[in-house]
Design a protein around this ligand. Structure first.
Ligand SMILES: Cc1cc2nc3c(=O)[nH]c(=O)nc-3n(C[C@H](O)[C@H](O)[C@H](O)COP(=O)(O)O)c2cc1C
Length: 352
């Protein structure tokens, strides 16, 4: 083993998991579930099994919807019916037989959808503000969403808890709550999409209330040692968005994470090295306030990941696109073989 990858390939205890190394497969939507039932099939089992058999430390699944209204495109899997749970059980069995650890990413897209996809109902969101852009695969503008009532909020929080419970029943080792990228939780978090006057709106601290309540409900179901939170500034419908004061925003997020009982977080950026404020990257700012576990991500390569672990900024490193192009990514890291470069035209719409 090269000294250069010594720490990346070291086992680590994170929460309830004994991970065999610090390489994480980032959550990636693949749209290969049955389009009517949201059940995953044997092709999806094989896709995850291959990465586990090659030795990845932790797999974070593609975003899995928590209800029919949580869906943002065609072919997304779910975790709210018995058949969906059975489908995922085959995935988790295969990953466990290969010595791996896999958690489910729980996803509600909020306003980033259309009634034709969200079970015939208008999208749910903190406020009735339409997102810019078009719905994936059907190409229609996003619908104007319905502002969620207090009862809707309570129901969706329960759906997160129930999906966490179902994740456990399906054999997942835990969950990641998708609080990033402009989807429902991030819509509550952001002033762009949350104009509420009640306790779920207001300044940033107040807007994080929904995220905190979801987190507490999920933790009550499966435990803080099996729950990761993903969050970001950028949004899939506002790629360049950055908080006005990144340092203050991160501090407020971290306070909310601590109040919710979280111990593991996954700050998301498309470019790990991007300086965000005061000469620091997003993950470096997070580290100044947070001493729990941090997963790094964003165009990482093994050298950068190793360095980030070495300096203590992150505890584990997630790779997204490289895992699509390199099912044998972990072997390549340990043998110091170059990665095959991700090419969307070759690697995006296939499941290998
Ligand atoms: C095809 C694809 C699908 C993605 N789907 C999700 C998703 O379901 N949930 C999520 O949080 N991030 C998703 N992402 C973002 C990745 O998890 C990751 O953060 C991003 O690709 C940056 O890492 P990379 O530079 O190593 O690819 C997706 C990225 C890609 C390329």
């Amino acid at each position: 083993m090269s000294i250069g990858k010594a720490q990346l390939l070291q086992p680590i205890e994170m929460g309830a998991w004994n991970l065999r190394n610090r390489i994480v497969m980032a959550p990636m939507t693949r749209c290969f579930a049955d389009r009517e039932t949201g059940v995953v099939g044997l092709d999806v089992v094989e896709y995850y099994r291959t990465r586990a058999a090659d030795g990845v430390g932790l797999i974070i699944s593609e975003g899995i919807t928590i209800s029919p209204r949580a869906k943002g495109t065609i072919g997304l899997p779910g975790l709210y019916t018995e058949d969906q749970i059975k489908g995922w059980s085959k995935v988790t069995d295969a990953v466990h037989q290969a010595g791996g650890t896999i958690i489910a990413q729980l996803w509600h897209v909020g306003r980033l959808t259309h009634h034709e996809i969200a079970g015939g109902l208008p999208p749910q969101a903190p406020s009735a503000i339409q997102a810019n852009g078009h719905v994936h695969r059907i190409g229609k503008p996003y619908d104007i969403p319905e502002e969620m009532s207090a009862a809707d909020i309570e129901e969706v929080i329960q759906q997160y808890a129930s999906a966490a419970h179902n994740a456990s029943s399906a054999g997942f080792d835990g969950v990641e709550i998708h609080g990033a990228h402009g989807y429902l939780i991030d819509q509550f978090n952001s002033e762009l999409s949350n104009h509420r006057q009640d306790q779920y709106g207001g300044d940033l601290r107040q807007r994080l209330t929904f995220m905190k309540e979801v987190t507490k409900a999920v933790i009550a179901e499966i435990g803080a040692d099996r729950t990761i939170m993903r969050f970001s500034a950028f949004k899939d419908d506002a790629r360049d968005y950055m908080w006005e004061d990144p340092d203050a925003a991160v501090r407020t997020f971290v306070e909310a994470f601590k109040e919710s009982g979280l111990t593991m977080i996954h700050p998301s950026t498309m470019d790990y090295s991007q300086v965000v404020a005061d000469g620091l990257t997003l993950h470096e700012i997070v580290r100044t306030y947070w001493d729990g576990s941090i997963i790094g991500v964003g165009n990482l390569n093994p050298e950068l990941a190793e360095q980030a672990i070495h300096t203590g900024t992150i505890d584990a490193a997630a790779f997204g696109r490289p895992f699509l192009a390199n099912p044998d990514l972990v072997s390549r890291v340990s043998q110091e073989k170059e990665f095959i470069t991700f090419d969307a035209s070759k690697h995006f719409d296939v499941l290998v």
